[in-house]
Design a protein around this ligand. Sequence first.
Ligand code: HEC
Length: 361
Amino acid sequence: MKRMRHLFVLIAAAVPALAAQQNLVSNKTDKLGLDPYASAWEKAAAVKVAVAPQKLVVPQGGGAISSVEVQSLRTASEIFFRLRWADPSKSEDLELSGQFVDGVALEFPLAAGSMPAPMMGEKGNPVNVWRWSAAMAKPEHYAKAYSDYYRPDAIHNTIKYSVRPEDLVAEGWGTIGRRREQAVDGAGDWKDGTWTVVLRRKLRAPGGAAFAGGSVIPFALAVWEGGSQERGPAKSFSVWNNLLLDHGIPAKPKNPLIAGKIVYQRYGCGACHGADAKGGVPNPGSQTDPIPALNRVAEGFTEDEIKKVILNGRNAAPADPNGIAPRLHMNSWKALMDEEEVHALIDYLFSLMPKEKGQEW
Ligand code: HEC
């Protein structure tokens, strides 16, 4: 695994980042089951979704996997997703002794037409998460299969895995829990260094994400490489991409400032810096608590400087080395954001600079 990873890094450095936002068309098919290798998938459109290591919230982690291929198909009553990714080491055995399993999760806004922060949603604007774990591929492992979800109070809190993929809901970091109705099922298989996982749900499921016709539905994903100690928040994640149903067409605003504002939303910058970038959330223990506003960055940063912060990220510096460690940090967005998005985002942030009296006429 170690050697493969180095190879990966070299290759990743040589090729430009994948186009950030993918448009995945979900076409109709007659009949489909959970067989990950069903022939219908051979003709289904596929997109490659880039993922980045999760460095936003402690415990940070991830980075073993750099992209996941996603496909979708629908029958008259159900929607299917197939997720494939390279993972040279299959990890499906889970003991309570620091051994973790491979897994993948899909995420959708819970309320039709909403766009919460892609990192687990926001208070009042929840997301629906469908989580599959490799332990599920081996029934004899259910009994000892545990996962440690992130809880602000107890990092090693354990929850027993279910026999089928979990249908979860979250409204921000540390809030994830199961929905009363478990509407998702799935199956996965590892062959020749590749996981192939199928997730299925009825098009309509009470209390679950809605798949209405004629529309564009945001989807995001997360992936865990158990052999690299990835579990819970130590994962790789994507921001929102578009699932297109029945010829839905994603909006492409002509106004660059609106385009920039959409980038700000798609990346969930507002979850930390405020919905309108006018001031962020508390981050106890950080030198900058609350998290800084971004509407005045035109004052303190050149375009190149701000680009560097956005692409490279930055850990929040502790106010007191002996005090509490800050929980929220600035992710590196390099693996996800393309040039066009960075520019639109910076133009948008620069446009927010409050005009001084006397400058207006
Ligand atoms: C998980 C919370 C979080 C998210 C989400 C987040 N940031 Fe940050 N950001 C931070 C923290 C914390 C800092 C301060 C780091 C430090 O102390 O130097 C920061 C600093 C910055 C700075 C430097 C500001 C200054 O005055 O020093 C910029 C610019 C910035 N972020 C832009 C963005 C953009 C653009 C996005 C969305 C693509 C984003 N951030 C998403 C947490 C976040």
